[in-house]
Design a protein around this ligand. Sequence first.
Ligand code: AMP
Ligand code: MG
Length: 269
Amino acid sequence: MDVSKYRVEPGGNFDPAQRPTREGNDFAGGKKAARKELARLSARLGELQARLYAEGKQALLMVLQGMDTAGKDGTIRHVFRAVNPQGVKVTSFKKPSELELAHDYLWRVHRHTPARGEIGIFNRSHYEDVLVVRVHQLVPPEVWGRRYDHINAFEKLLSDEGARVVKFFLHISKETQKKRLEARLQNPRKNWKFNPADLAERKRWDDYMAAYAEALGRTSSDHAPWYAVPADRKWQRNLIVAQILLNELEAMDPQYPEVDFDPAQIHID
Ligand code: AMP
Ligand code: MG
């Protein structure tokens, strides 16, 4: 599957309105075929994760962003279902604590970046500091306005030091968010996920899209690319994310280390 069309070109302008939030029903041979393919890709991700860990030289950082109900949690659950839980570290970034706010905004982030051999997943990330923070004017424009440069430098540092950074914007339509928020109200097992404050965020949809446009346009780079993934349909979203991650891991090509003994010469009584 060709996923290059979902990539956000570096240095360019990014406009969410020009990107699809869904593909057709025949995407990847249809829903049933896509689910089968996802199982295959997930298994392959599991194999590559084992090699990445054994090699212990490179790290992969996956950044997940999207509006409420875009499917950040579901993507992690589905795409990583065949990956050893010991090999991945998920960090969910919530509203910063007082201690965190007393520091620069990258302070709480850097300590959660993956070590060599690990896959790190950021469920929300430092991008909140140019998204929600901008939309709600939690700091003045000159403060968040400087952050794109910081973020680019930060991600260059991670990349120079052996981490591959891949960023996903799960792109849903406003209509899909409405349906998913309604489902959270209707399904008692989903009630807990509903936060009345999400409705206030929804009212600022256009402000968020403007913030995403600038963030993705200014921070997609060769060493830390953004992908805008159509996410109205979960089966399409999962398959696209899995394929992109797999491409990245295959390019990293982690190898099992050579051992300095001859296993054939060792006898165990
Ligand atoms: P959830 O992802 O539903 O658990 O919600 C987490 C909430 O934390 C979201 O409303 C985010 O916008 C918010 N959040 C995450 N990072 C920040 C940040 N740096 N500043 C302000 N709010 C944030
Ligand atoms: Mg929420």
